[in-house]
Design a protein around this ligand. Structure first.
Ligand SMILES: [Zn+2]
Length: 839
């Protein structure tokens, strides 16, 4: 499933991993007959159930919101106990056939089976299946499902289920049916049904063992041209998984359905994925390159779940990181293979720091495999997904790629058709790499971002690297030592003790330390390095991630006034030369660190000082390298995403440097570029500037795109993100625009989310930014509490900000906490800081 926060409500009370008990009954085969009507549905379920060995418990089936119309055990009516969350039946035999008939309305909550976006569709992960029929709704009960779907033929000409097509026909009264046979056992959360009248893009993929797989992407008819990108991504993912993981697709068809407004992002239901249209459909003219890459990643992600999720599923929801960490790791590797691997790794590192490291610092910190949670919905977050992927990556790094590959083969073979655990994955890899994984499971239990202090000392021709960690994890750290001109030594060390020395022989000094190469571990490294050392590494380090990090660190120092900008300019120029063949990577090297990232590295950040320094360094780089920026901007954007990234960056620098014709160049791009990346990139650059063309560009973009809600959101966002000093007063005025509505969550997110990400405006010394966000949060909490809570979170990070602003932030947090009737979600978002605010 895709990562989207806050999904379903579950019953109150703390859930604990330790409470796991194996199922008392299993369901090897299930047959569902689903009849869809205008506003309700009826399901006849036939479950072949079997008692687990040693169990004497009655059969318990979960069910919520269902009206039970009939129940038979082995063909006869049976006594049963029905309660709010399911039904219980005493069965004397070890096997039985359970038949139920239920009816329920097609709900509006987007759980179970419901109507949405002109379709009838399902949402079962994690616990929606219990709203379709009575069933042991837990991931470790896997069943072979056969499904028959019946509905009105005119209104629902397309009826889709999991597995292979198994017949279709007409019925009296204008109704028709289709049948589906899913021969591979799956958990019920991977069940799906779609009914409606969508259009389709069709294609095929021949697997390496000769299976001719029919592919289809369903969407509204007008959107079919925008599904080409997703179809190409799907075929690439199927081929990539065969080559890299030996995972071959196992059915004759694979379909994805785009559902407008599907709240759950995307779900990996077997052979019938369901996606929110916004996450599946895209075209270079109307989507940015980042959005298109996100589509590629998500299509791959859900496809990779066919093995790591559907065939080998999870024992219980606390093991969510098993399927999600593995799927995210695989989608990262897939996207890396399609583009620039180094740029992709850098982008993943940035995303990890922005989403997960920040979570680790706040009240929401928890292990990758939590021991307890309030709701299963709480588990769907950056730690489980993104840090979960980093943990899998370290498993591969420590074991080595060969042992990791062999271990995954063992894992898939051994656990096919069952619910597995994170420990089972480690054990399978450890069978092929026994030495170094004894304590690896600690990564799943550890909370917070580990900190490592690194120091290097010279003893004649030997160098001794001392690493000290604040925990007791096995941490793989890529290290290299550089002389003034070249690399002298490189090794991957495994830090297992609290403090450990690693010796490098025959390396006369002076030496430069390159550390956490490839970002080998998701840790914070503290390491004394002079500006001269950073500059030298930024020039010669042969690991792109470490070189980029050195340049980012150097640039951050220049922005804070602690290093000379000339060194940054020199290092950027050299990196642009060295990576001319990889423009996506060159663009990463040339971009300054985010202001929020610089603030994260400080005890008590002064966002105003960071903004001033950032703008000054940006202008200096713009002026010093102006001829290069002109050359990059003159390149043909049609050549690729990396070239487009450099074109947009070049415009930002030219505008920052006040180059006389920069505004005109940007306006031309807003007017005439073929891709949204370039049009929107130019708009963003102009929105930051005082160029005379700014109003015309905003007006042009608005008039051209006002009919497209997603593009209009971007227009609002560009203004909320503007680095100009007047944004603090301009952004609140956006809420009075006729195209704004508090009830449109995406538009609200575009403005307020953009504003809080814009640290100069949000942290305006007057405190007006904090007040604006608080006012909006309190107003929107009455309409959309989950969204309001998300928007309020930046206010709760006052403890990282200098004291004067921190006091202003705390006052606003206290205002939220002291407002009567706020939602529990909002209270939770600010709750952790409430006591100190009131004091
Ligand atoms: Zn997933």
């Amino acid at each position: 499933m895709a990562l989207r926060f806050k999904r379903t409500k579950e019953s109150a009370g703390l859930l604990r991993r330790d409470d796991y008990r194996p199922p008392e009954w299993i369901v090897p085969d299930s047959a569902l007959d689903i009849e869809i009507f205008a506003d309700c549905f009826r399901v006849r379920a036939t479950l072949d159930v079997a008692r687990a060995e040693g169990s004497s418990a009655p059969l318990r089936l979960d069910g919520e919101g269902l009206r039970l119309l009939g129940l038979k055990i082995d063909g006869r009516p049976a006594a049963h106990k029905l309660d709010k969350t399911g039904l219980t039946v005493r069965i004397a035999a070890d096997r039985a056939r359970v038949e139920t008939i239920v009816e329920a309305p097609l709900g509006s909550e987007q759980l179970g089976l419901f109507a949405q976006g002109g379709l009838v569709c399902t949402q079962c992960e994690p616990q929606g299946f219990r709203r379709i029929t009575f069933f042991p709704d837990r991931p470790d009960v896997l069943s072979r499902f056969r499904t028959r779907i019946t509905a009105d033929a005119a209104r629902f000409p397309i009826l889709l289920g999991n597995g292979n097509a198994d017949g279709a026909g007409a019925l009296d009264g204008g109704r028709h049916w289709t049948a589906w046979d899913d021969s591979v056992p799956k958990p019920c959360y991977a069940f799906s049904v779609v009914a409606g009248d969508p259009a389709a893009r069709r294609d095929r993929f021949v697997t390496r063992d000769g299976r001719n797989v029919e592919l289809a992407i369903f969407s509204e008819a007008a959107e079919v041209p925008r599904s080409a990108h997703a179809m190409a991504a799907l075929k690439a993912a199927m081929a990539w998984d065969e080559v890299n993981y030996g995972r071959v697709y196992d059915l004759d068809r694979y379909a994805i359905v785009a559902v407008p407004g599907y709240r759950f992002g995307a779900v990996e239901a077997k052979a019938l994925n369901i996606f929110d249209s916004a996450l599946l459909l895209g075209h270079p003219a109307t989507s940015t390159d980042g959005e298109l890459e996100a589509i590629t990643a998500l299509v791959g992600h859900e496809y990779f779940h066919n093995w790591s999720g559907n065939r080998v599923t999870i024992r219980d929801w606390f093991e969510l990181a098993l399927k999600e960490g593995l799927a995210v790791f695989r989608d990262q590797e897939f996207c890396a293979a399609l583009g620039s691997p180094a740029a992709k790794r850098i982008q993943d590192v940035k995303a990890l720091r922005a989403a997960q490291f920040v979570q680790d610092e706040g009240p929401g910190a928890h292990p990758v495999r939590p021991e307890q949670c309030e709701t299963i919905a709480d588990l769907y977050d950056a730690t489980v997904y993104i840090k979960g992927a980093e943990v899998v990556r370290m498993l591969r790094t420590i074991a080595g790629p060969q042992a990791f590959g062999a271990g995954l083969d063992t894992f898939f073979a051994r656990h096919d058709g069952t619910g597995a655990t994170c420990d089972a994955l480690i054990a399978a890899v450890a069978e092929h790499s026994p030495d170094r994984l004894e304590t690896f499971d600690r990564w799943y239990a550890n909370t917070g971002t580990p900190r490592i202090t690194a120091s290097l000392r010279q003893d004649g021709a030997r160098a001794i690297l001392t690493l000290v960690q604040d925990g007791s994890l096995p941490i793989p750290i890529g290290c290299a030592l550089f002389g003034p001109d070249r690399k002298r030594a490189e090794k991957l060390v495994l830090l297992e003790a609290k403090r450990q020395d690693f010796v490098f022989e025959d390396v006369p000094g002076p030496l430069l330390l390159s550390i956490n190469r490839t970002f080998s571990a998701p840790v914070q490294i503290e390491c004394e390095r002079t500006d001269t050392a950073l500059h030298a590494l930024a020039l010669i380090d042969d690991d792109p991630v470490a070189r980029w990090q050195a340049l980012q660190d150097l640039a951050a120092r220049a922005i804070l006034g602690e290093a000379h900008t000339a060194a940054v300019i020199d290092a950027i120029a050299r990196a642009l030369d060295d990576h001319a063949q990889d423009p996506a990577l060159a663009a990463e090297f040339a971009a300054l660190p985010a202001q929020s990232r610089i603030a994260d590295g400080l005890e008590a950040a002064d966002p105003g000082a960071i903004l001033r320094g950032w703008r000054a360094v940006q202008a200096d780089i713009g002026r010093a390298l102006a001829p290069r920026w002109r050359t990059f901007h003159a390149a043909d954007g049609a050549t690729g995403a990396g070239v487009r990234a450099l074109r947009v960056l070049a415009l930002q620098y030219l505008l920052a440097a006040d180059v006389p014709d920069a505004g005109a160049l940007a306006l031309t791009d807003v007017e005439g570029s073929a891709t949204l990346t370039e049009r929107y990139g130019a708009l963003r650059a102009l929105a930051d500037s005082d160029a005379a063309e700014r109003p015309a560009a905003l007006d042009l973009f608005y008039r051209r795109h006002r009919a497209d809600p997603a593009l209009l959101d971007k227009w609002f966002c560009a203004q909320a993100l503007s680095l100009r000093p007047d944004t603090v007063s301009a952004a609140p005025r956006l809420l009075t625009h006729p195209d704004f509505s508090l009830a449109a969550p995406n538009r609200l997110g575009a403005i307020v989310g953009g504003f809080t990400a814009n640290s100069g405006a949000f942290h305006h010394p007057s405190g007006r930014g904090y007040k604006f966000v608080t006012d909006v949060v309190l107003a929107s909490d009455r309409i959309a509490p989950a969204g309001a809570a998300r928007l309020a979170r930046p206010l709760a990070r006052w403890h990282r900000i200098e004291p004067v602003r921190a006091a202003l932030m705390r006052a606003e947090v206290a205002r939220i906490a002291g407002t009567a009737g706020i939602s529990p979600e909002l209270r939770k978002a600010v709750g952790a800081v409430q006591p100190s605010c009131i004091s």
